[in-house]
Design a protein around this ligand. Structure first.
Ligand SMILES: NC(=O)C1=CN([C@@H]2O[C@H](COP(=O)(O)OP(=O)(O)OC[C@H]3O[C@@H](n4cnc5c(N)ncnc54)[C@H](O)[C@@H]3O)[C@@H](O)[C@H]2O)C=CC1
Ligand SMILES: O=C([O-])CC(=O)C(=O)O
Length: 311
C-alpha cells in the first residue's frame, strides 16, 4: 500500500536516477527527479521511463522529472546527489570546492520549497558536503544526514560473506568515521549470525577485508573508468529513506552533525544513529578501545581538514 509521501531526488545522474527508480519501485512515495535546466528533457525522459515501469512492477508511485524547484515543494525527504563524481586517479576530496558550490546552491533552493523535509546528502566528499548542507540549510541538525556508513558497511559485509561462504543477510559489520581512506571498520563489533567475526576469520584475512572496504569506491572507479559506483550507493540511500519515511528507527551508521558526541564539536562524521521520522532520532555512543578512538580521531581530523578548506 502506497503511503503518499513526497520524495525529491536532486541530481538525475547515475546515483540519482537509480535511487529514484528504487524508491518508486518500492512504493515509498511519489518521486520528483530534478537536474539542471540544460538537462531538463533527459530528466523528464528518465522519469517518464520509470513511471512506465510501474504498471509492470505493481507500484502506484508517481515519478516526474523537472528542473524547477517549485515541483519539489512540500517534500518529506530530499536526497541530494548533485555534483561531480571522481575519475580514476582522483580522490573524493579533489571534488570539494566544485561540489561545495553545487551543494550550497541546491540546498538553498531545496529548503526554500521544503522547509520541513529531512535531507540526505550523497555528493562527495560527503562528510564535508553534509557540513555544507547543514550550515546552509538552517535546519535542525537531526534533519541533515549524510550517507556513507550504510554503503561502507555493505561492502564490508559483502566481502565477509564471500570469504566465509555464508548469506550476506547474516553478516553484520559496522563501519564508522569518514567516507574515505581513514574510515573505521569496527571489527570488534562485527558478527556473523551473532558469532564475533574475530572468532571466524584469522586476523590477516580480516585485515585484507578492511583494506578492500577502505578502497571499495576506488575499486569500482578504476573498473568503470567514466563513473563511480551507483547501484550500492542507491540501495544504501533507499535503506536510509525507508527508515525515515516509515519511522522504522533502524540503527544505521550515518553522517551526523556532532555537538560533543564522541568528543567532537562542530563536525560532521559517520556514527551509529537511529533513523526515524524526525531524521536522526539518536546518536548511539559506543565504548571504544583506545586504538579505535585513535582511528576515529584520525577520521575526524581528515574531515576537519576539508571543512577548513571551505571556511
Ligand atoms: N556518499 C557516497 O557514498 C557516494 C557519493 N557519490 C557522489 O555522488 C555524486 C553523484 O554521483 P553520480 O550520480 O554518479 O554522478 P553523475 O555525474 O552521474 O550525476 C550527477 C548529476 O548532478 C547533476 N548536477 C550538477 N550540478 C547540479 C545542480 N546545481 N543542480 C542539480 N543537479 C546538478 C548533474 O547534471 C548530473 O546529472 C558525486 O559527487 C559522487 O562522488 C557517489 C556514490 C557514493
Ligand atoms: O568512490 C567514489 O567516488 C564514490 C563513492 O563515494 C563510493 O562509491 O564509495
Amino acid at each position: 500500500m502506497l503511503e503518499r509521501k513526497k520524495i525529491s531526488v536532486i541530481g538525475a545522474g547515475f546515483t540519482g536516477a537509480t535511487t529514484a527508480f528504487l524508491l518508486a519501485a518500492k512504493e515509498l512515495g511519489d518521486v520528483v527527479l530534478l537536474d539542471i535546466p540544460s538537462l531538463e528533457n533527459p530528466t523528464k525522459g528518465k522519469a517518464l521511463d520509470m513511471l512506465e515501469a510501474m504498471p509492470v512492477i505493481g507500484s502506484d508511485a508517481h515519478v516526474v522529472g523537472t528542473s524547477n524547484y517549485e515541483d519539489t515543494a512540500g517534500s518529506d525527504l530530499v536526497i541530494i546527489t548533485a555534483g561531480l563524481p571522481r575519475k580514476p586517479g582522483m580522490s573524493r576530496d579533489d571534488l570539494v570546492n566544485t561540489n561545495a558550490n553545487i551543494v550550497k546552491s541546491v540546498t538553498e533552493q531545496v529548503v526554500r520549497y521544503s522547509p520541513d523535509a529531512c535531507l540526505i546528502i550523497l555528493s562527495n566528499p560527503v562528510d564535508a558536503m553534509t557540513y555544507v548542507a547543514f550550515k546552509t540549510s538552517g535546519l535542525p541538525k537531526e534533519r541533515v544526514i549524510g550517507q556513507a556508513g550504510v554503503l561502507d558497511t555493505a561492502r564490508f559485509n559483502t566481502f565477509v560473506a564471500m570469504e566465509l561462504g555464508v548469506s550476506v543477510e547474516d553478516v553484520h559489520g559496522f563501519v564508522l568515521g569518514v567516507h574515505g581512506d581513514d574510515m573505521v571498520p569496527l571489527v570488534r563489533y562485527a558478527n556473523v549470525g551473532g558469532v564475533p567475526l574475530e572468532k571466524l576469520l584469522p586476523k590477516e584475512r580480516i585485515d585484507a577485508i578492511v583494506e578492500r572496504t577502505r578502497n571499495g569506491g576506488g575499486e569500482i572507479v578504476s573498473l568503470m573508468g567514466n563513473a563511480s559506483a551507483y547501484y550500492a550507493p542507491a540501495a544504501s540511500l533507499l535503506q536510509m529513506a525507508e527508515s525515515i519515511l516509515k519511522d522504522k528507527r533502524r540503527v544505521l551508521p550515518a553522517i551526523a552533525y556532532l555537538e560533543g558526541e564522541y568528543g567532537y564539536q562542530d563536525l560532521t562524521l559517520g556514527v551509529p544513529t537511529v533513523l526515524g521520522k524526525g531524521g536522526i532520532e539518536r546518536v548511539l555512543e559506543l565504548d571504544l578501545l583506545p586504538e579505535e578512538k585513535a582511528a576515529l580521531d584520525k577520521s575526524a581530523a581528515s574531515v576537519r581538514r576539508l571543512i577548513s578548506v571551505l571556511a
